[in-house]
Design a protein around this ligand. Structure first.
Ligand code: SMG
Ligand code: MG
Length: 371
């Protein structure tokens, strides 16, 4: 198919509840949605770069620049038979995985629509439901945190992830453990610690956590390997894994025992599946991370999480956990099932539809490039 038009939509949506991590508190979420048009179809992808370079060096502005000036020109007007052709055309562009993923994932949606199959099936996934959990941000007080966890447990989430930072770690985990002794719990530090904090990790090691996510520097694997060798709890890498190569290097030196796959951070669905396959070969479980996606990105996350080695619940919560009713740019919403799963859409492609009025209401900037 010939790529006839690509559009970028810079959008911003309010969060239902502020989300605080070790790098700061967010009240809204910005991202870029990418539309790719060919043969009368429109494929959609979500670029997960945020407003500022806190989680990743990529921002909406850097992604807009790289998409407009390098990625779109590499595919516009070109014959593209499959997402692999997009990956090949992007090979000479270094870095900027979230920008690349936004466009590549739109082509995955386009191809699945052209073949009239769900994206999950095109990727090779088998499940019709994927297990999910909820990521709980840092709160002002321990009581507020416990109230949030209680709310989410009441909603039916079977796995909780707690954001930690120095001063908000052992006591928080202890309090949650005392109240819910059997709840599957994991923690995420977003790189807030160093090897000098070994005493904190020795204490966290007592709580039968599912995993400890990205405790050390955002680009490190060497120190993580040193820390993992001293802990019984599996370490899970998030920020440090930007590509299948990073995953292989990390596994080679035993820097972690679990990998969080974020489709944006690793550069798209093709790379996400490669990391999944590599980890499966080595007996390393993976799970799908989240970037507070709209239903567009959420649908791609649900699709990839249908692959067999997504063995742990994903940070893919129900749509209502993120945005006020009636604001998400795509429908239908994802709703939590009784067994702490989300159902995989059965429609062709992503299986969600854009609501044009909502897109326009959320949009700050729009770019249209024709072949
Ligand atoms: O999408 O439910 C979600 C958020 C999951 O905690 C989450 N993501 O480091 O894993 C992570 C964080 C990054 C989010 S920064 C906005
Ligand atoms: Mg993380």
């Amino acid at each position: 198919m010939k790529i006839e038009r690509v559009e970028l939509h810079h959008i911003e949506l309010p969060l239902v509840h502020p989300f605080e991590t070790s790098f700061g508190r967010e009240f809204t979420r910005s991202c870029i949605l990418v539309t790719v048009r060919a043969d009368g179809l429109a494929g959609w992808g979500e670029c997960t770069a945020e407003a500022g370079p806190w989680y990743s060096y990529e921002t909406v502005e850097t992604a807009w620049h790289v998409l407009r000036d390098f990625l779109i020109p590499a595919v516009l007007g070109q014959e593209i038979a499959s997402p692999a052709d997009v990956v090949a055309r992007f090979l000479r562009i270094r870095g900027h995985p979230m920008a690349r993923a936004g466009l590549e994932n739109a082509v995955w949606d386009l191809q699945a629509q052209a073949q009239e199959v769900p994206l999950a099936g095109l990727l090779g996934g088998q499940r019709d439901r994927v297990p999910v959990g909820v990521s709980v941000g840092i709160e002002q007080t321990l009581d507020e945190l416990l109230d949030r966890v209680e709310q989410h447990v009441g909603e039916g989430y079977g796995r909780v992830k707690l954001k930690i930072k120095p001063g908000w770690d052992v006591e928080v985990v202890r309090a949650v453990r005392e109240r819910w002794p059997d709840l599957p719990v994991q923690v995420d530090a977003n790189s807030a610690y160093t090897l000098a904090d070994i005493a904190v990790f020795r204490e966290l090691d007592q709580f039968e956590l599912l995993l400890i996510e990205q405790p050390l520097h955002h680009d490190d694997i060497v120190d993580h390997a040193k820390l993992q060798s001293q802990l019984h709890t599996p370490l899970c890498l998030d920020e440090s894994i930007h590509s299948p190569e990073h995953a292989r290097w990390a596994l080679d030196i035993r820097a972690c025992r679990v990998i969080n796959i974020k489709v944006g951070r690793v550069g798209g669905l093709t790379a996400a599946r490669q990391i999944h396959d590599l980890c499966a070969e080595q007996g390393v479980p993976v799970w799908c991370g989240g970037m507070l996606e709209t239903n567009v990105g959420r649908a791609a996350n649900v699709a990839v999480a249908t692959l067999a080695n997504f063995a742990l619940p994903g940070d893919i919560s129900a749509s209502s956990r993120y945005y006020p009713e009636g604001r998400d740019v795509a429908v239908p919403n994802f709703v939590l099932n009784d067994d702490s799963t989300l159902s995989v859409p059965s429609g062709a492609g992503l299986g969600v539809q854009i609501v044009p009025q909502r897109l326009v209401a959320a949009r700050l900037r729009h770019l249209v490039q024709n072949a």
